[in-house]
Unconditional design. Structure first.
Length: 448
């Protein structure tokens, strides 16, 4: 939907509300619902204010110490949400409503560098200096449980009943069980302008995936964020609770495989060539850079305590920093042929912030182009058992240590952004260490 189409929809009373939203550090849409005429008359040209604490709180929206961006000491002032008209769209799952995504800027108009959308924009600008554009696609899995989110909360998330009782991976019968929900999500997303490809069952009972066509990296991240919010709202309307949590139970976790490639200004593929495995020299250096930077940047791919429980041998989630042609045991899987050749990063889970993950992947790829890195031989067998292969960080503590000391992160993002997301990780770790879990009570209450 362009602005003129919105004006006409407002005139005919088809649209009366415009959601103005940014994506926060946790990957959630935050913002305001504006009366549509006020949006057109005021917000479109001038933006709208929001408290800067949106980029300085924990998952529970608690104010926490340690952020340079804003704090009690400076009064938790405002930042501006500046709408990006290219993202304007009707959202069919909310009546008479359109949505536009916004960039976070300071009151003087300068970008809020730690805002996820600005983090990705900065890396796309770096790729643009080489004359490259970046294409990306995200494959986001979720688990569906019977009953509402409110019921799940009130029951302490115990005894959740999956919508499918058995492994429905690729099962047409399995997806048919909840096709009314899946169909509503697919068609609603298509109505919002997201190019839907397909839906399929996954391994964990109640687990499914809806795939969307690749696009420019910023567009893909925008659509990913919109999809997560919309899918939850649609699931609630159907009486289900849907989660993108990376590891909601002891079965297979929710992944978010990210496909990445680059094009020249003429639209020619950068990675494809006549070298081994169909790679160009640039393609080999891109993968070498990704391998070299993957561990240091894992904080951007696995942002929560729970993220790291997904990394288990034989789980289709990677445990080693390895690459291989069409090898799903590797962290980096080379997939496609010729112009469709691309790299799939299998590290992120469903809890990933797509802007940060794509920003990290682009930064690592560009580091391979700018330095004389040699691409090691691929793993063609079981990467879980490959001897001497570096490991994916096994905990948020380890990822935080690598991120904080990373020269790659400091050079690509700046010391201020590195510290901002280090603070986010430290806050998450502190909250976890204060918590007393059900596991501890069951294990120690009587028997210790």
């Amino acid at each position: 939907m362009n602005i003129e189409a919105l004006r006409e929809a407002v005139r005919t009373q088809e649209i009366d509300t415009v959601v103005v939203a940014m994506t926060d550090m946790q990957g959630r849409l935050q913002g305001k619902r504006c009366h549509a005429r006020f949006f057109l008359d005021e917000v479109l040209a001038h933006g709208t204010e929001a408290c800067a604490y949106l980029l300085a709180v924990d998952t529970d929206m608690n104010t926490v110490d340690g952020y340079e961006l804003t704090s009690w000491d400076d009064g938790y002032g405002d930042l501006m949400l500046v709408p990006d008209p290219a993202t304007l769209r009707a959202i069919p799952w909310q009546p008479a409503t359109a949505l536009v995504l916004a960039d976070a800027v300071h009151l003087d108009g300068s970008p809020v560098r730690s805002s996820p959308r600005q983090v990705l924009r900065a890396q796309l600008e770096r790729a643009g200096e080489l004359g490259w554009t970046c294409l990306a696609g995200t494959e986001l899995e979720f688990l569906v449980f019977e009953g509402s989110y409110e019921q799940a909360w009130d029951d302490g998330y115990r005894n959740l009943v999956p919508a499918n009782r058995w492994n429905a991976d690729y099962s047409v019968l399995g997806t048919g069980r909840i096709e009314p929900l899946l169909r509503d999500i697919r068609n609603s997303m298509a109505g919002a302008g997201l190019p839907v490809e397909s839906a399929k069952g996954e391994c964990n009972p109640g687990q499914h995936e809806i795939a969307f066509r690749y696009a420019g990296a910023l567009t893909t991240a925008d659509q990913h964020s919109l999809y997560k919010t919309g899918a939850k709202e649609i699931a609630a309307r159907h009486g289900y609770a849907l989660t993108f949590m990376a590891k909601p139970n002891e079965r297979e976790g929710n992944s978010c495989h990210i496909h990445l490639s680059f094009r020249t200004q003429k639209g020619e593929p950068v990675m494809a060539g006549d070298g081994p495995y169909g790679l160009s020299p640039a393609g080999a250096r891109i993968i070498a850079g990704l391998l070299d930077g993957l561990a240091e940047l894992t904080l951007l791919f696995a942002p929560t305590i729970n993220s790291y429980k997904r990394f288990a041998d034989g789980s289709f989630a990677p445990t080693t920093v390895a690459w291989g042609p069409d090898n799903r045991t590797c962290a980096l899987r080379l997939v496609g042929h010729g112009p469709s050749l691309r790299v799939e990063c299998r590290v992120p889970g469903g809890d990933v912030n797509p802007y940060l993950a794509l920003g990290g992947l682009i930064a690592a790829a560009l580091s391979g182009v700018s330095r004389p890195l040699e691409l090691p031989e691929p793993v063609t067998g079981n990467a879980y058992a490959a001897p001497g292969t570096p490991r994916v960080p096994g905990s948020l503590d380890e990822a935080l240590s690598l991120w904080s000391s990373s020269a790659l992160a400091a050079g690509a993002f700046g010391a201020d952004v590195v510290e901002h997301y280090a603070t986010m990780a430290r806050v998450e770790l502190a909250a976890y260490r204060r918590a007393v879990t059900d596991w501890e009570l069951r294990r120690y209450f009587e028997r210790i």
